[in-house]
Design a protein around this ligand. Sequence first.
Ligand code: NZQ
Ligand code: ZN
Length: 434
Amino acid sequence: MFNLLLKPETKTAYKIFNQIYPFMNPFELHIPTKLYFGKEKSDNFFDQLSEYGSNVLLVTGGGSVKRLGYFDEVLNQLKSRSFNVTHFEGIEPNPLSQTINKAVKIGKENDADFVLALGGGSVMDASKAIAGLIHENESDIWPFVLGEPKYRKMKGALPVATIPTTAATASEVTAHAVISNKDVKGKAPISYPFLKPSASWLNPAFHTSLPLTTTRDGASDIISHAIENYLLGGNDSPLADRYSEGVMETVIQTLPLIEEDPESEELRGQLMWASTLALNGMQVAGREGAPFTLHNLEHSLSGYNHDLAHGRGLATLYPAYLRFLWENDRVLERMALLGDRLFGIEHDDIKEASMAFIQTFEAWLDDNGLYQRLSDVGVPNEAFAQVADYAIATYGGGKELSAAGPIPKSQIIEIFEKTEQQHAGSKLENSVIA
Ligand code: NZQ
Ligand code: ZN
């Protein structure tokens, strides 16, 4: 006799799944990126790059990879394989369209065959945009972003390879690049299957240098990629639920351990892999499509304040957004299920169970230096209406946003205002938030 040690379903989970498992929704999934995990995979990754040509445009950010020695390591690998390397340095966090355009000019002048990103999500996103513009022989990325005239008009891109130095965006596998433009206080994506990187090297050794604040911001972003559709995408894919819970649980458990031991490659590797898995498409497979509402709100905020890190903006929105959903009786069952699965919260009453989830998650944010008001991160009350207008114009088809129901401008402002009830957490003293 086998003795199966299955965790018994709790009351909350039972209430939600006391039905026959539903049919999954149809989906397409294409995950083309060759992934190399671990510092031992360096040679394999650099050998693979020869498939994409011999002229490489190597793109980096504001200088940290040089300071930390990662740049030299990568350059040596490229030189030892006789690649012709052109280096573009200076992609800023929340990459600006104007900087991307400069890199495109240099890439064209040097006949780049492919683009190699060494940096965080900003460098990876910029590299995708550069690869697209060079392929199209265009010179300005902004007209191609969501809401602008050339949106969805790109036909192809040079191959992109990435070496992520943050655990956050999953840009190393996604089809997206998010572009900022200070001139219009805007931030919006381009998104094409051909922007998915051809190869990515996930080297945890390049993450041990990440400052605590950037690590926390990244953790917040990873959770958001799993939680958005988890809450709004319905009950149709129990496996997508378990998968997403696994990603979120890994982040929730690993971040506090990294705070104790920031240079642990083992822990950095766990967080990094959670990051890659959180937005590769598996996390939503079989669920209903649903809007990326937290992201739409956050991109509008960091469009307004270019210094606001994406993950920090998301962290600031979580409590207010979840409480807004709760007060409007939206997706209470999904919150209750997540509370059960992540935190073991059991309640007969779904309203109480979902509030207990919100409170427990808020406590985790607070414990991990991720709990603050919008006014703490450089978005003052006077800006709320302007940001709401941008969110609706860019992400809401000019009408409204939605999350299991409409979110008109007045309610976007209500969510922003609600963040003002969040106190600045005790662990924020060394943060570099704006
Ligand atoms: O500029 P450098 O010198 O490289 O310094 C960076 C930057 O200041 C620093 N950093 C990166 N790796 C480091 C390091 N410092 C020390 N050690 C390391 N190993 O960290 C700072 C932040 O970097 P950034 O790339 O901006 O952060 P992140 O990875 O969070 O990327 C954020 C951008 O990605 C977009 C965001 O909107 C934002 O623009 N996203 C992209 C997505 C996608 N492509 O699919 C999805 C996401 O939801 C997100 O929207
Ligand atoms: Zn994100």
